[in-house]
Ligand binder design. Sequence first.
Ligand SMILES: *[C@@H]1O[C@H](CO)[C@@H](O)[C@H](O)[C@H]1NC(C)=O
Ligand SMILES: *[C@@H]1O[C@H](CO)[C@@H](O)[C@H](O)[C@H]1NC(C)=O
Length: 448
Amino acid sequence: MLLLSALLTFILHASKVRGLDNGLAITPQMGWNTYNHFGCDISETSILNTAKAMVANNLTKLGYEYVLIDDCWQAPARDPNTGAPVANSDKFPRGIKALADDVHALGMKVGQLHVTISFGWLTSRGDPSQKFGIYSNAGKLTCGSRFGSLGHEEIDAKTYAEWGVDYLKYDNCYNEGQAGTPKLSFDRFAAMSYALNATGRPILYSVCNWGEDGPWNFAPTIANSWRISGDIMDNFGRFDERCPCTSALDCKLPGFNCAMARIIDFAAPLGQKARQGAWNDLDMLEIGNGGMTYDEYVSHFTFWSILKSPLILGNDITNMSPETLEIITNKAIIDINQDPAASPATRRWKRSVPGGDLSLWSGSLVNYRFIFALLNTSPKSQTVDIDFTDVFVDQGTVYQHQPYALSDLWQKDASGNWGKPLGTFQGSLSKVVIGSHQTKIWMAVPAP
Ligand SMILES: *[C@@H]1O[C@H](CO)[C@@H](O)[C@H](O)[C@H]1NC(C)=O
Ligand SMILES: *[C@@H]1O[C@H](CO)[C@@H](O)[C@H](O)[C@H]1NC(C)=O
């Protein structure tokens, strides 16, 4: 077993340069976070109930393994004697460690003792399938004005490790002006990365600095993921002055209230920077929170998946509509997100139509499979011809001209699995009718 493990590790390291070297987020992380639905109104009970509902709804089996507490878990002050972080005793009467233990045990209870070979890590320890995460801030205070971790990185990381924390989301408020150049941001976020590493416990490190100073350039070796924009708003495309930038590149004020489709635009050029262990984070999902239609949430889930963003649910898992559950459990879409090739889709063209635009995206998966997707942000239904010279522009003429078996990944096949076979196509897919704010996505497999 050990030998096999060593061999796998060797093969992987020999074949591909990874991001942060902590063995985590080899594919984008998946889970749930308190913030988008509960905000600061969190407690041990609501978090534990969510963790149970994740198991009951089979979300854990699909890969949603992290249960994450966002801001506002902290007591009014650190321990006056040790300087260690302390949890709010009204919200977490038994402390964070007891909650982390319960979440870990929940994974064990459902009997998901499994052997996981995830590229170099050979685990046969019966790992708990649910993991636990927490939040802090690379500043004096958190965004919700609780104590931050700037200058307290070591004691905080050590305490998190003692509590059994598997994941840290690390925010960017009240940063005392230590931003504005990549070096300033790097130093501030690297301090926590090194402190986490020094604990010896693998802790997934999710940097949330809203794209400031280009984290896709400075963060891949210190973080498993980095936010690329201001906070998401549960809205398809509305412009809000508090999210003023038109591009994530050189954005001087990331802000917040960034509509979902605007974040897709921000992400478009950044796919080239993602790799195993190091991902562009398009922010947590809003599916099920009520601000978008079914078609809009399908667009949201599809793009977060194909751009290889972490998939962190943000809705009330204990109370979901069948539509919400259906969207977040589309296994064909999740499989694209988790594909070992780790290759984000690229936008091939964008065309203006009245009130919005149409765009074509495509990407490749392992085993000579491909996907392409069409997005319509306009208020009207559109009819589009998709030319395979655009879809397979990276693969060249042989691929552009060969026939493909296509399936539609938002329809089900005869046995109820996602991906309805549409037949064989060569050269183009013509007269595709796509509704307002809709996304259509196809899998293409070379046909004989
Ligand atoms: C710490 O960093 C070293 C060197 O990059 C790496 O080999 C090790 O796995 C890391 N440990 C943890 C716990 O992240
Ligand atoms: C979860 O999976 C089990 C077993 O496969 C199945 O019986 C159950 O209906 C599923 N629950 C949901 C909510 O899909």
